[in-house]
Design a protein around this ligand. Structure first.
Ligand code: PLP
Length: 411
């Protein structure tokens, strides 16, 4: 199957394991524990000498099937699923970093990731936030105790595109772990492995699950990073193939000990949702492109943020790296316009905080997801009071165009 296309591989992935009765979907296995006829086998599973399941917090067959799909989508060597995207990010940071370490993060980040990285500072991990649209700004901050660099592909809400290849090259040269959050692009638009990422983060809640009906997150090891040189791998996990050390430590210390495991029911929902990822993403991106252009050209809008617009500062980079420009865009309304009135005048677009749903959603950024940050930090991140963020769904394009047109004209 590995030579087949993205969707073909995804659709037939569960069958590769010959599930019982020839079922086409990996079943939901709710069992928490697993029984063994020979107690020695149970011990061997615990010791990692035999493949098998022992307790649901660490592994579950339904979740394993989803992990295989994610690894396959990201062209990785292995993946671990978590209860949410944030659980994946916390597990990676708390298992791969320790007090006294330093990391460099893009300043343009998902709000809760930003907030969590501030928590890391309280734990004695130093974090530098830099403008990651250029690799030079990242390189300036590298020091002896720098362990990893964390960036997102397209940042939300102002859609900056990180210098993904430049930072990849820098990390390779300096031996740093390169972590890329691929949530906004999804593996259909971009494979971070091609830019040198060692670990890839996906919030499965967003485009991969795609229907706003289940939470989940995943970390994928692309196989590009040499874990044997990473100083924070504990001695107990420095055994066997060094290519597996990173995920092994994350699974034991991050999943088993911290416990944010993905439920099998959610894994099944996310796996089913993922089957239509390319179809949904193509439609959502085409819709977002048309709407961003419409908004950018309308007098009620002072600025539109979308990498697909030729005037976007990283448009050429986005064109080179991504299959399409994403399904999220933001706008600033002209002075005197009320962002709440604008949202309320949209008939199809739902006022809602999620993104990556099949439905189009809109949110006033400064008043909701960036409220806790305060005005100064919002300003440094380029978030003004009238900014609206839209996550565009798969509705019929003509309906969305008509809806935005009438709302803009009212403005
Ligand atoms: C939503 C999101 C997350 C967090 O994912 P959850 O599943 O909501 O915890 C992380 N990164 C990005 C870029 C996101 O959009």
């Amino acid at each position: 199957m590995s030579s087949k296309g993205f969707t073909t591989r995804n659709l037939h992935s569960d069958r590769a394991d010959h599930p019982e009765h020839g079922v086409l979907h990996k079943p939901v296995h709710p069992s928490v524990a697993y029984g063994y006829a020979d107690a020695r086998e149970l011990a061997e599973v615990f010791q990692g000498k035999r493949k098998g399941y022992a307790y649901g917090r660490q592994a579950n067959p339904t979740v394993t099937a989803l992990q295989k799909r994610i690894s396959d989508m990201e062209d990785g060597v292995g993946s671990i699923a978590f209860a949410t995207g944030m659980a994946a990010i916390t597990a990676l940071a708390l298992t791969l970093l320790k007090a006294g370490d330093h990391m460099i993060s893009s300043a343009f980040l998902f709000g809760n990731t930003n907030s969590f990285f501030r928590t890391l500072e309280r734990l004695g991990i130093e974090v530098d936030f830099v403008d990651a649209t250029g690799a030079a700004a990242v390189e300036e901050k590298v020091r002896g105790n720098t362990r990893l660099v964390f960036v997102e592909t397209i940042a939300n809400p102002a859609t900056q595109v990180a210098d993904l290849e430049g930072i990849g090259e820098l990390c390779r040269r300096r031996g740093l772990l390169y972590v890329v959050d691929n949530t906004m692009t999804s593996p259909h638009l971009f494979l971070p492995k091609t830019a040198g990422a060692g670990l890839v983060v996906n919030s499965l809640t967003k485009y991969i699950g795609g229907h706003g009906n289940a939470l989940g997150g995943a970390l994928t090891d692309t196989g590009s990073f040499d874990w044997s040189g990473y100083p924070n791998i504990l001695d107990i996990y420095r055994k066997g193939d060094a290519g597996e050390w990173g995920l092994l430590q994350i699974r034991k210390k991050g999943l088993r000990d911290m416990g944010a495991s993905l439920a099998p029911e959610a894994a099944h929902t996310l796996a089913t949702g993922s089957e239509s990822l390319p179809l949904r993403m193509d439609q959502s991106c085409a819709n977002a492109m048309a709407l961003a252009r419409l908004c950018a050209d309308h007098p009620a809008v002072t600025r539109a943020y979308y990498p697909g617009l030729p005037e976007h500062p990283q448009h050429e980079r986005a064109r080179k790296l991504f299959r399409a420009f994403g399904a999220l865009f933001s706008i600033d309304l002209k002075a005197g316009s009320d962002c709440f009135d604008f949202l309320n005048s949209l008939e199809i677009v739902v006022s809602s905080s999620n993104l990556g749903d099949t439905r189009s959603l809109g949110i006033p950024v400064a008043h909701t997801i960036y409220y806790e940050m305060g005005p100064e930090r919002r300003k440094s991140m380029g978030v003004g009071d009238s900014m609206l963020r839209f996550s565009i769904g798969i509705e019929d394009q003509a309906d969305l165009i008509a809806d935005f047109s009438q709302a803009l004209d009212k403005c």
